[in-house]
Design a protein around this ligand. Sequence first.
Ligand code: ATR
Length: 289
Amino acid sequence: MNPQAPLSLDRYAVIGNPIAHSKSPFIHARFAAQTGEPIEYGHLLAPVDAFVPHVRAFIEAGGRGMNVTVPFKLDAHAFTTRLSPRAAAAGAVNTLRFDADGVFGDNTDGFGLVRDIEVNLGVPLKGARILLLGAGGAARGVVLPMLDRAPHALTIVNRTAEKAGQLVEQFAHAARDAGCRLNGGSARAIEAGAYDVIVNATAGSLDASLPDCDDRAFGGGTLAYDMMYGAQPTVFMDHAQKLGARSADGLGMLVEQAAESFYVWRGIRPDGAPVLAELRKLLKTPSPV
Ligand code: ATR
């Protein structure tokens, strides 16, 4: 037995359905080793209609915080007693912290995206022209963190144009405060000239379909970012590369949202880059059959 080992570890977990393949336990174990924080982090499968009792049982057993994934991000939002501004804007919660004040809900997904783009990929968003494809939960969650970086312009387009219009309306104030020109609707709202950053926040990559987007939006200086990830590039990434753009998948966003959750819980920000490199290697290694 290691005499230096702490007597008890603070408990955290990711809750979702399905959950067995979540990479969060791996990521947080690496973060704990890196920072020396005394935590343990597991995964919790809850039936789709039983989020609340599972969370309550976890709290009663001494749990300090949770990550929340599909399909529970709205349930988690409803369960909180306090919300961060970014979680309120997202309308969804991916991070819960349980403390004496109650249940604090945050959303670190958008921050994770921004940090991956700016720090890991080295593309500044300040002054950038950004095109956001999609207007579902994933898209909504990243708008405020992107506006916080003061881009020059943000265009939001979606297959169902009205939903993009609703996001434009919701974030009009924040865009004005950030000095950012915000527009959106159908793919016709895409403006002339290649964008600096194009983010695919649609669920299209799940069934290998490409969201409607003018090819002229992609250029040699464009970063085309797909929030999805896998062992192979997505169809969106392939398409962007054929048009001369640089492309990236969402694995870095996954790691960076986890790092920000860790910060929300522990007040210490782990370094995402080495964990991302390790995960990338694992993803490329074929699993044994
Ligand atoms: P999520 O939480 O992942 O954003 P969602 O709220 O169901 O999930 O939103 C899915 C998004 O992907 C929506 O913007 C959806 O477009 P619609 O609002 O028109 O449904 C978009 N989407 C899904 N499949 C798509 C496809 N094949 N082509 C283009 N957009 C697609």
